[in-house]
Design a protein around this ligand. Structure first.
Ligand SMILES: NC(=O)c1ccc[n+]([C@@H]2O[C@H](COP(=O)([O-])OP(=O)(O)OC[C@H]3O[C@@H](n4cnc5c(N)ncnc54)[C@H](OP(=O)(O)O)[C@@H]3O)[C@@H](O)[C@H]2O)c1
Length: 316
């Protein structure tokens, strides 16, 4: 027990970090101890993690001193920001930079930064195929995550850049599930045309992250992209029809229509799907299914995930 290394997990009460904590505590080899970071050690989610055997410690991404304390003595740190809590790419950048600085300060041996592409490398601000948002972004919740990678590199923090994928859990939690159309048929709406979208069960991200920490050195300085499957809207709708036992039709809207849906972040997501669609080959190519399955041999397919979770999907 005494020589077991510690992994600090940012976002431990959330989807990605929670999956990692559960993977660490259920690892039959008990390779690591999970240190779960949270702003509220008394929340039900934090208490549930403590019950599973994680060390639960207070930390706030807006407080570098607290983060540094929480990273002290750890071997690895899983670093994450939650854009959707504040909708500010600048805040996301600052919070990620603080994590890099804290990791540098205390000499963390292996950091995983949960990242996404800086889409401006593919679609510069001058490119009018999609609108520029917030003055200097194309896909705000992607761009800052990709841009801030430079801070980890500049500081020489030994980092693996983990490119994640669209969570299928968005069908439950993010209002992206099929909804009744005017004739009562369930419609699954995506502005992806016939292109494939890499997706994953959110719980599988942490399992991959654990494998990366275990394999260590070989992944440092590298990008690792993960996905459970690459599926078109048509293919996802066909699987939903089969598993939900009700017809689900793919409703292929345009990115312009999606951006105009009007909910907070619709423009950001419309641009994201347009980027995913227009660079589908490269975007899917960066998320290798065989690599993901090697890291996580129990990787779920969309059908398996849906079968487990179908009762949780609101069919509006
Ligand atoms: N939805 C998708 O399909 C998808 C796909 C790829 C990437 N992402 C990215 O995933 C990120 C969110 O990760 P998630 O889905 O795992 O999160 P989540 O389930 O929404 O939970 C958010 C987590 O972030 C922690 N957190 C937020 N602000 C914090 C702060 N100031 N200090 C300390 N902890 C803080 C929360 O901890 P406490 O509340 O306990 O402090 C919580 O554990 C987003 O940036 C999003 O862009 C999402």
């Amino acid at each position: 027990m005494a020589d077991r290394k510690i992994i600090a997990v940012v976002g431990a009460t959330g989807a990605q970090g929670g999956g990692l904590v559960r993977a660490i505590v259920s690892d039959p080899y008990k390779t690591f101890i999970a240190r779960a970071l949270t702003r509220d050690v008394n929340s039900d989610k934090a208490k549930a993690l403590a019950k599973l055997g994680a060390e639960v410690v207070p930390a706030d991404l807006d407080d570098v001193a607290g983060l540094t304390r929480a990273f002290t003595g750890v071997h690895g740190a899983f670093c994450l920001t939650n854009f959707w809590e504040h909708f500010s790419p600048e805040k996301e950048y600052a919070q990620a930079k603080r994590q890099a600085e804290a990791a540098k300060d205390v000499g963390v041996r292996h950091v995983i930064w949960s990242t996404l592409e800086d889409t401006r490398k593919w679609v510069p601000l001058s490119d009018n195929r999609m609108p520029t948002l917030m003055g200097k972004y194309k896909v705000p919740h992607f761009d800052a995550k990709g841009e801030v990678e430079q801070e980890f590199r500049k500081l020489g923090v030994p980092t693996t850049f983990l490119l994640t994928s669209f969570y299928w859990d968005n069908l439950i939690n993010f209002g992206m599930g099929p909804k009744k159309g005017p004739d009562g048929t369930l419609l699954f709406t995506l502005p992806m045309g016939d292109k494939k979208l890499p997706g994953i069960a959110a719980e599988d991200i942490g399992i991959c992250a654990l494998a990366i920490f275990k394999e260590g050195e070989t992944h440092i300085g590298k990008r690792v992209g993960i996905a459970g499957e690459h599926l078109s809207g048509e293919e996802m709708s066909a699987t939903m029809t089969k598993v939900l036992g009700k017809p689900v039709r793919y409703n292929a809207v345009t990115p312009e229509q999606y951006r105009a849906f009007g909910f907070k972040g619709a423009d950001d997501l419309g641009n994201m799907f347009q980027f995913n669609r227009d660079f589908s080959e490269e975007f899917c190519g960066a998320r290798d299914l065989a690599v993901t399955r090697r890291l996580n041999p129990k990787l779920q397919t969309f059908e398996a995930w849906l079968t487990q979770n179908k009762s949780r999907i609101p069919l509006g």
